[in-house]
Design a protein around this ligand. Structure first.
Ligand code: ADP
Ligand code: ADP
Length: 228
């Protein structure tokens, strides 16, 4: 579903972040990218929603080169979860989750229902939580809202850049379980960046190991254990 063909990236200062990367990410899989800091994970992730432009090669989504999409159309179909919790502090939880559906002019009844469904899915019941402000929630709960916001308009793809690395171990485990639940129920294509091998093995349908701007190996957790 997402294809990288000979993709390279050189930053203006001369840093080569990716060298001729080829990769296929399948529809509906939870695809984890792992590797040491600076190996190019974030660069690859941000190319998918064109926050970063590549210098060479082609990225395709559903067979179509991403440059052929209208950029808004492309981004509306791609949820994005950042490491830092990035909720709007002046908005309620419901309003935060509804940002993209609002932009897409969903009907207000439909938005309300969607917000409640999502909150219920992670056990933050809508009646209790939807009218609170982010500051009234714990860090783990806020990040859960960040995940729901990315899912709100039902995108096909969700990009997650070390979404749980700032959380305490308990919240982290809870969020990982949520992601597995979400994946089971919604069958999203999720591209998940982490530098935590345990997290990668727990979550990944397949794992991509990167080093120095290149893909070293791609496989299921079982395959990677068999041939380390
Ligand atoms: P990772 O996510 O694996 O830590 P990045 O994709 O952030 O790796 O970075 C890959 C390489 O590109 C690193 O060497 C990093 O220093 C460099 N890099 C990232 N962003 C920029 C930038 N805006 N300008 C110059 N070099 C950058
Ligand atoms: P950031 O804090 O990096 O600006 P956003 O607040 O823009 O992130 O992201 C919130 C949600 O909005 C994400 O799920 C993202 O996919 C979506 N999004 C980002 N850019 C756009 C856009 N131009 N139009 C619609 N939705 C967007």
């Amino acid at each position: 579903m997402i294809q990288f063909e000979n993709v390279s990236k050189q930053y203006p200062d001369g840093t080569t972040a990716l060298r001729q990367v080829n990769l296929n990410i399948n529809k509906g899989e939870l695809f984890v990218m792992i590797g040491p800091s600076g190996c190019g994970k974030t660069t690859m992730l941000k190319m998918i929603n064109r926050l970063i432009e590549r210098t060479d090669g082609t990225v395709r989504i559903n067979e179509r080169p991403i440059d052929e999409y209208n950029i808004h159309e492309l981004r509306w179909n791609i949820g994005y979860v950042l490491q830092q919790i990035a909720l709007f502090p002046h908005m309620t939880i419901a309003e935060n989750i509804a940002v993209v559906p609002e932009l897409r002019k969903w009907k207000s009844d439909q938005i309300k229902e969607r917000v409640h469904t999502l909150l219920d899915m992670v056990g933050l019941h809508g009646d209790t939580y939807s009218e609170r402000k982010p500051s009234e929630l714990s860090g783990g709960q806020q990040q859960r809202i960040g995940v729901l916001r990315a899912l709100a308009a039902d995108p096909e793809i969700v990009l997650m850049d070390e979404p749980f690395s700032a959380l305490d171990p308990m919240s982290r485990e809870k969020l990982q379980d949520d992601i597995l639940d979400i994946q089971r129920q919604m069958k999203k294509t999720i591209v998940f960046v982490t530098h935590d091998i345990q997290e990668a093995m727990k979550l990944g349908d397949r794992i991509c190991i990167m080093k120095d701007g290149q893909v070293l190996q791609v496989g299921t957790p079982e395959e990677l254990i068999r041939q380390p």
